[in-house]
Design a protein around this ligand. Sequence first.
Ligand code: FAD
Length: 566
Amino acid sequence: MTGEPKLLSSFRRVDYLDDMCQQPLDLLVVGGGITGAGIALDAASRGLRVGLVDKQDFAAGTSSRSTKLIHGGLRYLKQREFGLVREVGRERAILHRNAPHLVRPEQMLLPVIQAGTYGRWATSAGLWLYDRLAGVDTAERRRMWSRHQTAEQEPLLRTDILRGGGLYYEYRTDDARLTMEVLKTAAQFGALCVNYAAVTDWTYEDGAICGATVVDAWSQKAYHVRAQVVVNATGPWTDALRSLDGSLSDKRLYLTKGIHIVVPHDRLPVRHSIYFDVSDGRMAFAIPREGCTYIGTTDTPYQGDPQQPALSTPDVEYLLNAVNAMFPSAQLVANDIHSGWAGVRPLIYEAGKSASELSRKDEIFGSRSGLITIAGGKLTGYRKMAQRVVDRVVQRLSATHQRPFAPCWTDRIALSGGAFDHPRQVPTFIDQLTETYLDRGISAASITSLVHRYGTNTAAILEAAAHALADPSMQTDLSASKRVHRILLKAELQYTLDHEMVHTVSDFLLRRTSMLLFHRHLALAAADFLHDEIVHAMGQSATDAVIARRQFDLDCAATMLPAIAE
Ligand code: FAD
Protein backbone atom coordinates (compact mmCIF):
# COMPACT_ATOMS: atom_id res chain seq x y z
CA MET A 1 0.00 0.00 0.00
CA THR A 2 1.45 3.38 -0.95
CA GLY A 3 0.93 6.75 0.78
CA GLU A 4 -1.45 9.53 -0.13
CA PRO A 5 -0.18 11.35 -3.26
CA LYS A 6 1.65 14.60 -2.56
CA LEU A 7 2.28 17.60 -4.79
CA LEU A 8 5.81 18.91 -4.89
CA SER A 9 4.41 22.37 -4.28
CA SER A 10 6.56 25.24 -3.02
CA PHE A 11 3.63 26.17 -0.81
CA ARG A 12 3.66 22.80 1.01
CA ARG A 13 7.31 22.60 2.14
CA VAL A 14 6.59 23.48 5.77
CA ASP A 15 3.56 21.14 5.93
CA TYR A 16 5.76 18.28 4.74
CA LEU A 17 8.45 19.05 7.34
CA ASP A 18 5.74 19.10 10.03
CA ASP A 19 4.33 15.85 8.68
CA MET A 20 7.79 14.19 8.86
CA CYS A 21 7.93 15.06 12.58
CA GLN A 22 4.41 13.97 13.47
CA GLN A 23 4.95 10.26 12.99
CA PRO A 24 8.21 8.35 12.51
CA LEU A 25 9.20 7.63 8.95
CA ASP A 26 10.15 4.18 7.72
CA LEU A 27 12.96 5.80 5.77
CA LEU A 28 14.66 9.19 5.83
CA VAL A 29 16.72 9.88 2.70
CA VAL A 30 19.31 12.63 2.96
CA GLY A 31 20.16 14.15 -0.42
CA GLY A 32 17.86 15.14 -3.28
CA GLY A 33 20.17 14.45 -6.22
CA ILE A 34 19.38 11.60 -8.61
CA THR A 35 20.59 8.96 -6.12
CA GLY A 36 18.35 10.12 -3.26
CA ALA A 37 15.45 10.77 -5.63
CA GLY A 38 15.69 7.22 -7.03
CA ILE A 39 15.75 5.74 -3.52
CA ALA A 40 12.72 7.80 -2.45
CA LEU A 41 10.75 6.61 -5.49
CA ASP A 42 11.72 2.97 -5.09
CA ALA A 43 10.89 2.98 -1.36
CA ALA A 44 7.62 4.94 -1.62
CA SER A 45 6.40 2.74 -4.47
CA ARG A 46 7.02 -0.35 -2.31
CA GLY A 47 4.79 1.14 0.40
CA LEU A 48 7.30 2.72 2.79
CA ARG A 49 6.61 6.01 4.54
CA VAL A 50 9.46 8.08 3.15
CA GLY A 51 10.90 11.52 3.82
CA LEU A 52 13.66 13.14 1.72
CA VAL A 53 15.50 16.37 2.47
CA ASP A 54 18.12 18.35 0.56
CA LYS A 55 20.06 21.25 2.00
CA GLN A 56 20.01 23.09 -1.33
CA ASP A 57 17.57 22.94 -4.20
CA PHE A 58 16.93 19.44 -5.57
CA ALA A 59 19.68 18.45 -8.03
CA ALA A 60 21.80 21.48 -7.11
CA GLY A 61 24.77 19.16 -6.48
CA THR A 62 26.32 16.95 -9.14
CA SER A 63 22.94 15.96 -10.57
CA SER A 64 22.59 19.21 -12.55
CA ARG A 65 26.25 19.32 -13.58
CA SER A 66 26.85 16.16 -15.62
CA THR A 67 27.38 15.63 -19.37
CA LYS A 68 23.62 14.97 -19.46
CA LEU A 69 23.89 11.58 -21.17
CA ILE A 70 22.32 8.28 -20.29
CA HIS A 71 25.29 6.19 -21.31
CA GLY A 72 25.18 2.83 -22.98
CA GLY A 73 28.39 1.84 -21.23
CA LEU A 74 30.88 2.00 -24.11
CA ARG A 75 33.75 2.80 -21.75
CA TYR A 76 32.98 -0.36 -19.72
CA LEU A 77 33.54 -2.39 -22.88
CA LYS A 78 37.13 -1.17 -23.04
CA GLN A 79 37.54 -2.33 -19.43
CA ARG A 80 35.97 -5.71 -20.39
CA GLU A 81 33.17 -5.25 -17.86
CA PHE A 82 30.63 -7.06 -20.05
CA GLY A 83 28.06 -7.55 -17.29
CA LEU A 84 28.04 -3.82 -16.67
CA VAL A 85 27.54 -3.04 -20.37
CA ARG A 86 24.53 -5.37 -20.31
CA GLU A 87 23.05 -3.79 -17.17
CA VAL A 88 23.60 -0.23 -18.35
CA GLY A 89 22.10 -1.01 -21.78
CA ARG A 90 19.00 -2.45 -20.13
CA GLU A 91 18.70 0.54 -17.80
CA ARG A 92 18.93 2.94 -20.70
CA ALA A 93 16.05 1.18 -22.45
CA ILE A 94 13.95 1.26 -19.26
CA LEU A 95 14.56 4.98 -18.76
CA HIS A 96 13.67 5.72 -22.37
CA ARG A 97 10.42 3.81 -21.95
CA ASN A 98 9.54 5.44 -18.62
CA ALA A 99 10.44 9.02 -19.56
CA PRO A 100 10.55 9.18 -23.37
CA HIS A 101 10.13 12.97 -23.36
CA LEU A 102 13.32 13.34 -21.37
CA VAL A 103 15.58 10.41 -22.26
CA ARG A 104 15.94 10.52 -26.03
CA PRO A 105 18.17 8.68 -28.51
CA GLU A 106 21.04 10.70 -29.90
CA GLN A 107 23.32 9.64 -32.76
CA MET A 108 26.91 9.85 -31.63
CA LEU A 109 29.86 9.89 -34.00
CA LEU A 110 33.13 8.33 -32.91
CA PRO A 111 35.75 9.57 -35.38
CA VAL A 112 38.49 7.01 -36.03
CA ILE A 113 41.80 8.81 -36.18
CA GLN A 114 45.41 7.81 -36.71
CA ALA A 115 46.88 6.61 -33.38
CA GLY A 116 43.55 7.27 -31.64
CA THR A 117 41.96 5.40 -28.72
CA TYR A 118 40.07 3.06 -31.05
CA GLY A 119 41.31 1.87 -34.47
CA ARG A 120 38.89 1.24 -37.34
CA TRP A 121 38.63 -2.50 -36.77
CA ALA A 122 38.40 -2.16 -32.97
CA THR A 123 35.70 0.51 -33.31
CA SER A 124 33.65 -1.63 -35.66
CA ALA A 125 34.02 -4.80 -33.57
CA GLY A 126 33.61 -2.94 -30.29
CA LEU A 127 30.42 -1.18 -31.35
CA TRP A 128 29.08 -4.46 -32.78
CA LEU A 129 29.65 -6.21 -29.46
CA TYR A 130 28.29 -3.23 -27.55
CA ASP A 131 25.03 -3.34 -29.58
CA ARG A 132 24.60 -7.05 -28.77
CA LEU A 133 25.48 -6.81 -25.07
CA ALA A 134 23.41 -3.68 -24.46
CA GLY A 135 20.42 -5.13 -26.38
CA VAL A 136 20.33 -2.16 -28.76
CA ASP A 137 17.30 -2.03 -31.12
CA THR A 138 18.05 -3.08 -34.71
CA ALA A 139 17.26 0.44 -35.98
CA GLU A 140 19.82 1.92 -33.62
CA ARG A 141 22.72 -0.45 -34.33
CA ARG A 142 26.13 0.88 -35.23
CA ARG A 143 27.13 1.98 -38.70
CA MET A 144 30.66 2.45 -39.94
CA TRP A 145 31.57 5.32 -42.23
CA SER A 146 34.54 5.57 -44.55
CA ARG A 147 37.02 8.42 -44.22
CA HIS A 148 35.29 10.19 -47.09
CA GLN A 149 31.79 9.76 -45.65
CA THR A 150 32.91 10.93 -42.21
CA ALA A 151 34.57 14.05 -43.62
CA GLU A 152 31.54 14.77 -45.77
CA GLN A 153 29.13 14.38 -42.85
CA GLU A 154 31.27 16.33 -40.37
CA PRO A 155 33.32 18.78 -42.46
CA LEU A 156 34.82 20.46 -39.40
CA LEU A 157 36.79 17.35 -38.41
CA ARG A 158 40.53 17.42 -38.96
CA THR A 159 41.06 15.36 -42.13
CA ASP A 160 44.82 14.67 -42.15
CA ILE A 161 44.51 12.10 -39.34
CA LEU A 162 40.92 10.98 -40.04
CA ARG A 163 40.50 7.29 -40.94
CA GLY A 164 36.72 6.89 -40.75
CA GLY A 165 33.91 6.99 -38.21
CA GLY A 166 31.60 4.80 -36.16
CA LEU A 167 28.03 5.94 -35.62
CA TYR A 168 26.22 4.62 -32.56
CA TYR A 169 23.50 5.73 -30.19
CA GLU A 170 23.75 7.41 -26.81
CA TYR A 171 20.72 8.83 -25.03
CA ARG A 172 20.58 12.48 -24.05
CA THR A 173 18.75 13.82 -21.05
CA ASP A 174 18.49 16.81 -18.77
CA ASP A 175 19.95 15.61 -15.48
CA ALA A 176 18.21 18.12 -13.21
CA ARG A 177 14.86 17.54 -14.91
CA LEU A 178 15.27 13.78 -14.66
CA THR A 179 15.90 14.18 -10.92
CA MET A 180 12.82 16.40 -10.69
CA GLU A 181 10.56 13.94 -12.52
CA VAL A 182 11.77 11.09 -10.30
CA LEU A 183 11.03 13.19 -7.20
CA LYS A 184 7.59 14.19 -8.50
CA THR A 185 6.82 10.52 -9.09
CA ALA A 186 8.05 9.63 -5.59
CA ALA A 187 5.73 12.34 -4.23
CA GLN A 188 2.83 10.81 -6.18
CA PHE A 189 3.52 7.63 -4.16
CA GLY A 190 3.35 9.66 -0.95
CA ALA A 191 7.03 10.56 -0.34
CA LEU A 192 7.52 13.79 1.61
CA CYS A 193 10.28 15.61 -0.29
CA VAL A 194 11.60 18.99 0.84
CA ASN A 195 14.41 21.14 -0.57
CA TYR A 196 16.41 23.76 1.37
CA ALA A 197 16.31 21.57 4.47
CA ALA A 198 19.69 20.48 5.84
CA VAL A 199 20.55 17.60 8.12
CA THR A 200 22.74 19.19 10.79
CA ASP A 201 22.91 16.31 13.25
CA TRP A 202 21.99 12.66 13.64
CA THR A 203 19.80 11.32 16.43
CA TYR A 204 20.62 8.04 18.19
CA GLU A 205 18.88 5.67 20.57
CA ASP A 206 21.10 3.13 22.33
CA GLY A 207 23.80 3.84 19.74
CA ALA A 208 21.47 3.15 16.81
CA ILE A 209 20.66 5.94 14.40
CA CYS A 210 16.97 6.83 14.60
CA GLY A 211 16.61 10.17 12.85
CA ALA A 212 18.10 13.58 12.29
CA THR A 213 17.83 17.25 13.09
CA VAL A 214 16.72 19.01 9.93
CA VAL A 215 17.01 22.79 9.66
CA ASP A 216 14.85 24.74 7.22
CA ALA A 217 17.27 27.05 5.37
CA TRP A 218 14.61 29.76 5.06
CA SER A 219 13.06 29.91 8.54
CA GLN A 220 16.10 28.44 10.39
CA LYS A 221 13.58 26.32 12.32
CA ALA A 222 14.90 22.93 13.48
CA TYR A 223 12.77 19.81 12.93
CA HIS A 224 13.39 16.56 14.75
CA VAL A 225 12.64 13.79 12.29
CA ARG A 226 12.52 10.19 13.49
CA ALA A 227 13.01 7.29 11.11
CA GLN A 228 13.54 3.54 11.37
CA VAL A 229 16.21 3.62 8.69
CA VAL A 230 18.35 6.53 7.49
CA VAL A 231 20.12 6.65 4.12
CA ASN A 232 22.93 9.05 3.33
CA ALA A 233 22.81 9.83 -0.43
CA THR A 234 24.69 13.10 -0.40
CA GLY A 235 27.10 12.65 -3.33
CA PRO A 236 30.20 14.80 -2.75
CA TRP A 237 29.07 15.47 0.86
CA THR A 238 28.89 11.76 1.72
CA ASP A 239 32.00 11.74 3.91
CA ALA A 240 30.93 14.87 5.83
CA LEU A 241 27.78 13.06 6.95
CA ARG A 242 29.65 9.83 7.65
CA SER A 243 32.02 11.89 9.84
CA LEU A 244 29.05 13.27 11.72
CA ASP A 245 28.09 9.63 12.37
CA GLY A 246 31.67 8.81 13.43
CA SER A 247 31.79 6.17 10.72
CA LEU A 248 34.31 7.51 8.24
CA SER A 249 36.51 4.50 7.41
CA ASP A 250 39.44 3.87 5.06
CA LYS A 251 36.99 3.79 2.17
CA ARG A 252 36.65 7.46 1.37
CA LEU A 253 35.51 9.68 -1.44
CA TYR A 254 37.89 11.07 -3.99
CA LEU A 255 36.41 14.19 -5.59
CA THR A 256 37.23 15.18 -9.14
CA LYS A 257 35.96 18.19 -11.03
CA GLY A 258 34.57 18.11 -14.55
CA ILE A 259 33.60 21.19 -16.51
CA HIS A 260 31.59 21.88 -19.67
CA ILE A 261 31.60 24.97 -21.83
CA VAL A 262 28.78 26.16 -24.08
CA VAL A 263 29.34 28.04 -27.35
CA PRO A 264 26.81 29.26 -29.92
CA HIS A 265 26.19 26.45 -32.41
CA ASP A 266 27.42 28.58 -35.31
CA ARG A 267 30.85 28.73 -33.63
CA LEU A 268 31.06 24.92 -33.61
CA PRO A 269 28.37 23.80 -36.08
CA VAL A 270 28.70 20.04 -35.64
CA ARG A 271 25.85 18.03 -37.16
CA HIS A 272 26.08 15.12 -34.72
CA SER A 273 27.13 14.67 -31.16
CA ILE A 274 30.78 13.70 -31.39
CA TYR A 275 32.90 11.68 -28.97
CA PHE A 276 36.45 12.52 -29.90
CA ASP A 277 40.05 11.84 -28.87
CA VAL A 278 42.08 14.36 -26.90
CA SER A 279 45.89 14.37 -27.20
CA ASP A 280 46.39 13.27 -23.55
CA GLY A 281 44.56 10.00 -24.21
CA ARG A 282 41.22 11.10 -22.77
CA MET A 283 38.00 11.49 -24.77
CA ALA A 284 35.66 14.51 -24.93
CA PHE A 285 32.14 15.23 -26.16
CA ALA A 286 30.84 18.01 -28.42
CA ILE A 287 27.04 17.97 -28.26
CA PRO A 288 24.67 20.25 -30.17
CA ARG A 289 21.73 21.47 -28.11
CA GLU A 290 19.17 24.29 -28.38
CA GLY A 291 21.16 26.54 -30.74
CA CYS A 292 24.42 25.88 -28.87
CA THR A 293 27.15 23.23 -28.76
CA TYR A 294 28.44 22.12 -25.39
CA ILE A 295 31.82 20.57 -24.87
CA GLY A 296 33.16 18.49 -22.00
CA THR A 297 34.60 17.32 -19.89
CA THR A 298 37.68 17.51 -17.68
CA ASP A 299 38.66 15.22 -14.79
CA THR A 300 40.95 16.83 -12.22
CA PRO A 301 41.33 16.26 -8.47
CA TYR A 302 39.17 18.67 -6.47
CA GLN A 303 39.63 19.79 -2.88
CA GLY A 304 37.37 22.88 -2.81
CA ASP A 305 33.80 23.37 -1.56
CA PRO A 306 31.47 21.04 -3.50
CA GLN A 307 28.68 23.61 -3.22
CA GLN A 308 29.94 26.06 -5.81
CA PRO A 309 32.62 24.56 -8.09
CA ALA A 310 33.55 27.02 -10.81
CA LEU A 311 35.07 27.09 -14.27
CA SER A 312 38.77 27.81 -14.09
CA THR A 313 41.03 29.14 -16.83
CA PRO A 314 43.23 26.00 -17.14
CA ASP A 315 40.12 23.78 -17.46
CA VAL A 316 38.67 26.02 -20.13
CA GLU A 317 41.96 26.16 -22.00
CA TYR A 318 42.15 22.37 -21.94
CA LEU A 319 38.74 22.10 -23.63
CA LEU A 320 39.43 24.89 -26.13
CA ASN A 321 42.71 23.20 -27.11
CA ALA A 322 40.97 19.82 -27.42
CA VAL A 323 38.30 21.27 -29.72
CA ASN A 324 40.71 23.28 -31.83
CA ALA A 325 42.93 20.23 -32.31
CA MET A 326 40.05 18.09 -33.61
CA PHE A 327 38.08 20.88 -35.38
CA PRO A 328 40.93 23.20 -36.50
CA SER A 329 38.80 25.57 -38.57
CA ALA A 330 36.66 26.46 -35.54
CA GLN A 331 39.46 28.38 -33.82
CA LEU A 332 37.39 28.74 -30.67
CA VAL A 333 38.57 31.33 -28.15
CA ALA A 334 37.46 32.13 -24.62
CA ASN A 335 35.26 34.98 -25.87
CA ASP A 336 33.11 32.48 -27.79
CA ILE A 337 32.00 30.92 -24.51
CA HIS A 338 28.37 31.65 -23.82
CA SER A 339 28.20 29.82 -20.47
CA GLY A 340 29.38 26.65 -18.77
CA TRP A 341 29.16 24.57 -15.65
CA ALA A 342 31.38 22.66 -13.28
CA GLY A 343 30.49 19.51 -11.37
CA VAL A 344 32.13 17.36 -8.75
CA ARG A 345 32.30 13.56 -9.17
CA PRO A 346 31.92 11.67 -5.92
CA LEU A 347 34.29 8.79 -6.76
CA ILE A 348 35.56 6.16 -4.36
CA TYR A 349 39.28 6.37 -3.62
CA GLU A 350 41.53 3.50 -4.72
CA ALA A 351 45.23 3.66 -3.91
CA GLY A 352 47.52 4.16 -6.91
CA LYS A 353 44.82 5.14 -9.43
CA SER A 354 44.54 8.48 -11.25
CA ALA A 355 41.27 10.45 -11.45
CA SER A 356 40.18 9.02 -14.80
CA GLU A 357 41.17 5.46 -13.83
CA LEU A 358 38.94 5.41 -10.74
CA SER A 359 35.86 3.24 -11.09
CA ARG A 360 32.49 4.94 -11.54
CA LYS A 361 30.80 2.02 -9.75
CA ASP A 362 28.59 2.66 -6.75
CA GLU A 363 29.16 1.16 -3.33
CA ILE A 364 26.99 0.80 -0.24
CA PHE A 365 28.52 1.26 3.22
CA GLY A 366 26.82 0.22 6.44
CA SER A 367 27.89 1.80 9.73
CA ARG A 368 27.83 0.52 13.29
CA SER A 369 24.99 2.93 14.08
CA GLY A 370 22.93 1.53 11.20
CA LEU A 371 23.39 4.49 8.84
CA ILE A 372 23.32 3.27 5.23
CA THR A 373 25.47 5.27 2.83
CA ILE A 374 25.51 4.99 -0.95
CA ALA A 375 28.39 6.56 -2.83
CA GLY A 376 29.76 6.71 -6.38
CA GLY A 377 27.73 5.59 -9.39
CA LYS A 378 26.28 7.40 -12.37
CA LEU A 379 23.09 9.15 -13.34
CA THR A 380 22.49 6.27 -15.75
CA GLY A 381 22.45 3.60 -13.06
CA TYR A 382 20.35 5.43 -10.47
CA ARG A 383 17.38 3.03 -10.63
CA LYS A 384 19.45 -0.09 -9.97
CA MET A 385 21.39 1.72 -7.22
CA ALA A 386 18.08 2.62 -5.60
CA GLN A 387 16.88 -0.97 -5.86
CA ARG A 388 20.00 -2.29 -4.10
CA VAL A 389 19.68 0.26 -1.28
CA VAL A 390 15.95 -0.25 -0.75
CA ASP A 391 16.37 -4.05 -0.77
CA ARG A 392 18.65 -3.53 2.26
CA VAL A 393 16.24 -1.10 3.89
CA VAL A 394 13.32 -3.49 3.46
CA GLN A 395 15.36 -6.37 4.84
CA ARG A 396 16.02 -4.28 7.94
CA LEU A 397 12.38 -3.19 8.27
CA SER A 398 11.02 -6.71 7.77
CA ALA A 399 12.60 -7.66 11.09
CA THR A 400 10.37 -5.16 12.95
CA HIS A 401 7.34 -4.62 10.69
CA GLN A 402 4.44 -6.98 10.52
CA ARG A 403 3.45 -5.87 7.01
CA PRO A 404 5.13 -7.17 3.85
CA PHE A 405 6.74 -4.82 1.35
CA ALA A 406 6.45 -5.18 -2.42
CA PRO A 407 9.56 -6.03 -4.44
CA CYS A 408 11.10 -3.31 -6.61
CA TRP A 409 8.91 -2.47 -9.61
CA THR A 410 10.30 0.91 -10.71
CA ASP A 411 11.13 -0.56 -14.12
CA ARG A 412 7.39 -0.39 -14.80
CA ILE A 413 6.67 3.04 -13.32
CA ALA A 414 6.35 5.85 -15.86
CA LEU A 415 7.94 9.00 -14.51
CA SER A 416 5.88 12.14 -14.10
CA GLY A 417 5.25 13.56 -17.58
CA GLY A 418 6.30 10.27 -19.19
CA ALA A 419 3.00 8.38 -19.40
CA PHE A 420 3.19 7.62 -23.14
CA ASP A 421 2.24 4.16 -24.42
CA HIS A 422 5.27 4.27 -26.69
CA PRO A 423 8.14 6.76 -27.22
CA ARG A 424 6.76 7.28 -30.77
CA GLN A 425 3.79 9.04 -29.17
CA VAL A 426 5.92 11.98 -28.04
CA PRO A 427 6.05 13.64 -31.51
CA THR A 428 2.34 12.90 -31.97
CA PHE A 429 1.62 14.60 -28.66
CA ILE A 430 3.69 17.63 -29.77
CA ASP A 431 1.69 17.77 -33.04
CA GLN A 432 -1.62 17.61 -31.16
CA LEU A 433 -0.61 20.45 -28.82
CA THR A 434 0.70 22.51 -31.74
CA GLU A 435 -2.61 22.08 -33.55
CA THR A 436 -4.49 23.30 -30.46
CA TYR A 437 -2.25 26.20 -29.42
CA LEU A 438 -0.60 27.52 -32.60
CA ASP A 439 -3.50 29.82 -33.48
CA ARG A 440 -3.35 31.26 -29.97
CA GLY A 441 0.13 32.55 -30.78
CA ILE A 442 2.27 29.85 -29.14
CA SER A 443 4.99 28.63 -31.53
CA ALA A 444 5.68 24.98 -32.38
CA ALA A 445 9.28 25.48 -31.17
CA SER A 446 8.10 26.63 -27.72
CA ILE A 447 5.71 23.70 -27.48
CA THR A 448 8.42 21.22 -28.47
CA SER A 449 10.88 22.48 -25.89
CA LEU A 450 8.18 22.48 -23.19
CA VAL A 451 7.28 18.87 -24.01
CA HIS A 452 10.95 17.88 -23.78
CA ARG A 453 10.97 19.39 -20.30
CA TYR A 454 7.55 18.49 -18.90
CA GLY A 455 6.17 15.71 -21.13
CA THR A 456 2.43 15.22 -20.68
CA ASN A 457 2.40 17.89 -17.93
CA THR A 458 2.95 20.51 -20.68
CA ALA A 459 -0.78 20.55 -21.33
CA ALA A 460 -1.38 22.24 -17.94
CA ILE A 461 1.21 24.96 -18.70
CA LEU A 462 -0.20 25.66 -22.16
CA GLU A 463 -3.77 25.78 -20.89
CA ALA A 464 -2.81 28.37 -18.26
CA ALA A 465 -0.88 30.39 -20.88
CA ALA A 466 -3.78 30.24 -23.37
CA HIS A 467 -6.13 31.46 -20.66
CA ALA A 468 -3.87 34.44 -19.88
CA LEU A 469 -3.36 35.19 -23.59
CA ALA A 470 -7.12 35.45 -24.01
CA ASP A 471 -7.23 38.10 -21.28
CA PRO A 472 -6.61 41.48 -22.96
CA SER A 473 -5.63 43.13 -19.68
CA MET A 474 -2.48 40.91 -19.39
CA GLN A 475 0.79 42.68 -20.25
CA THR A 476 -0.58 45.00 -22.96
CA ASP A 477 2.46 47.30 -22.93
CA LEU A 478 4.57 44.64 -24.69
CA SER A 479 4.81 43.77 -28.39
CA ALA A 480 2.71 40.76 -29.45
CA SER A 481 5.65 38.31 -29.51
CA LYS A 482 7.11 39.58 -26.24
CA ARG A 483 3.67 39.34 -24.65
CA VAL A 484 3.38 35.68 -25.66
CA HIS A 485 6.91 34.97 -24.44
CA ARG A 486 6.27 36.67 -21.09
CA ILE A 487 2.92 34.96 -20.52
CA LEU A 488 4.35 31.56 -21.41
CA LEU A 489 7.27 32.06 -19.06
CA LYS A 490 4.91 33.10 -16.29
CA ALA A 491 2.73 30.01 -16.83
CA GLU A 492 5.82 27.79 -16.75
CA LEU A 493 7.04 29.46 -13.56
CA GLN A 494 3.64 29.01 -11.93
CA TYR A 495 3.68 25.31 -12.83
CA THR A 496 7.12 24.91 -11.22
CA LEU A 497 5.96 26.76 -8.10
CA ASP A 498 2.93 24.50 -7.80
CA HIS A 499 4.56 21.21 -8.83
CA GLU A 500 8.36 21.46 -8.59
CA MET A 501 9.08 23.34 -5.35
CA VAL A 502 10.81 26.30 -6.98
CA HIS A 503 11.92 28.80 -4.38
CA THR A 504 14.41 31.06 -6.15
CA VAL A 505 15.06 32.41 -9.61
CA SER A 506 18.15 30.15 -9.83
CA ASP A 507 15.99 27.09 -9.23
CA PHE A 508 13.90 28.07 -12.24
CA LEU A 509 16.52 29.43 -14.64
CA LEU A 510 19.26 26.91 -13.88
CA ARG A 511 17.67 23.60 -12.86
CA ARG A 512 14.04 23.57 -14.08
CA THR A 513 14.68 25.12 -17.52
CA SER A 514 18.52 25.30 -18.07
CA MET A 515 17.88 28.74 -19.60
CA LEU A 516 20.93 30.21 -17.88
CA LEU A 517 23.10 27.65 -19.69
CA PHE A 518 21.57 27.46 -23.16
CA HIS A 519 19.59 30.72 -23.54
CA ARG A 520 21.67 32.94 -21.30
CA HIS A 521 20.64 36.29 -22.78
CA LEU A 522 16.95 35.46 -22.42
CA ALA A 523 17.55 34.21 -18.88
CA LEU A 524 19.37 37.37 -17.83
CA ALA A 525 16.72 39.54 -19.46
CA ALA A 526 13.91 37.75 -17.59
CA ALA A 527 15.67 37.28 -14.24
CA ASP A 528 14.35 40.41 -12.48
CA PHE A 529 10.79 39.81 -13.60
CA LEU A 530 10.90 36.15 -12.54
CA HIS A 531 12.52 36.98 -9.22
CA ASP A 532 9.77 39.52 -8.46
CA GLU A 533 7.08 37.01 -9.45
CA ILE A 534 8.52 34.39 -7.07
CA VAL A 535 8.90 36.83 -4.18
CA HIS A 536 5.31 37.95 -4.68
CA ALA A 537 3.82 34.47 -5.14
CA MET A 538 5.65 33.03 -2.12
CA GLY A 539 5.18 36.14 0.04
CA GLN A 540 8.93 36.03 0.73
CA SER A 541 10.45 38.38 3.29
CA ALA A 542 12.85 41.10 2.14
CA THR A 543 15.73 39.12 3.69
CA ASP A 544 14.82 35.91 1.85
CA ALA A 545 14.44 37.86 -1.38
CA VAL A 546 17.95 39.29 -0.99
CA ILE A 547 19.40 35.84 -0.24
CA ALA A 548 17.68 34.35 -3.29
CA ARG A 549 18.86 37.16 -5.54
CA ARG A 550 22.42 36.89 -4.23
CA GLN A 551 22.39 33.16 -4.98
CA PHE A 552 21.41 33.96 -8.56
CA ASP A 553 24.36 36.35 -8.88
CA LEU A 554 26.65 33.59 -7.57
CA ASP A 555 25.20 31.12 -10.06
CA CYS A 556 25.67 33.61 -12.91
CA ALA A 557 29.32 33.97 -11.90
CA ALA A 558 29.85 30.21 -11.52
CA THR A 559 28.44 29.50 -14.99
CA MET A 560 30.83 31.89 -16.72
CA LEU A 561 34.60 32.34 -16.83
CA PRO A 562 35.52 35.12 -14.37
CA ALA A 563 37.53 36.91 -17.07
CA ILE A 564 34.51 37.26 -19.34
CA ALA A 565 32.31 39.86 -17.69
CA GLU A 566 28.61 39.88 -18.48
P1 FAD B 1 24.32 14.89 -5.88
O1 FAD B 1 23.57 15.18 -7.10
O2 FAD B 1 25.50 15.75 -5.60
O3 FAD B 1 23.28 14.99 -4.69
C1 FAD B 1 23.67 15.04 -3.35
C2 FAD B 1 22.75 16.01 -2.64
O4 FAD B 1 22.95 15.93 -1.23
C3 FAD B 1 23.02 17.47 -3.01
O5 FAD B 1 21.90 18.00 -3.69
C4 FAD B 1 23.29 18.15 -1.67
O6 FAD B 1 22.74 19.44 -1.57
C5 FAD B 1 22.65 17.18 -0.68
N1 FAD B 1 23.20 17.30 0.67
C6 FAD B 1 24.50 17.36 1.02
N2 FAD B 1 24.63 17.49 2.36
C7 FAD B 1 23.38 17.52 2.87
C8 FAD B 1 22.85 17.66 4.18
N3 FAD B 1 23.65 17.82 5.26
N4 FAD B 1 21.51 17.68 4.35
C9 FAD B 1 20.69 17.55 3.28
N5 FAD B 1 21.14 17.42 2.00
C10 FAD B 1 22.47 17.40 1.80
N6 FAD B 1 26.57 10.28 -15.11
C11 FAD B 1 25.90 9.79 -16.17
O7 FAD B 1 25.20 8.79 -16.07
N7 FAD B 1 25.97 10.39 -17.40
C12 FAD B 1 26.75 11.48 -17.62
O8 FAD B 1 26.76 12.01 -18.73
C13 FAD B 1 27.54 11.94 -16.55
N8 FAD B 1 28.38 12.97 -16.73
C14 FAD B 1 29.04 13.50 -15.67
C15 FAD B 1 29.88 14.59 -15.89
C16 FAD B 1 30.48 15.24 -14.82
C17 FAD B 1 31.37 16.41 -15.06
C18 FAD B 1 30.23 14.78 -13.50
C19 FAD B 1 30.81 15.53 -12.35
C20 FAD B 1 29.43 13.67 -13.28
C21 FAD B 1 28.84 13.01 -14.36
N9 FAD B 1 28.04 11.88 -14.20
C22 FAD B 1 27.37 11.35 -15.26
C23 FAD B 1 27.83 11.29 -12.86
C24 FAD B 1 26.52 11.78 -12.23
O9 FAD B 1 26.29 13.13 -12.51
C25 FAD B 1 26.57 11.56 -10.72
O10 FAD B 1 26.90 10.23 -10.48
C26 FAD B 1 25.25 11.84 -10.02
O11 FAD B 1 24.70 13.07 -10.43
C27 FAD B 1 25.46 11.85 -8.51
O12 FAD B 1 24.21 12.10 -7.92
P2 FAD B 1 24.02 12.08 -6.35
O13 FAD B 1 22.58 12.20 -6.08
O14 FAD B 1 24.73 10.91 -5.77
O15 FAD B 1 24.80 13.37 -5.83
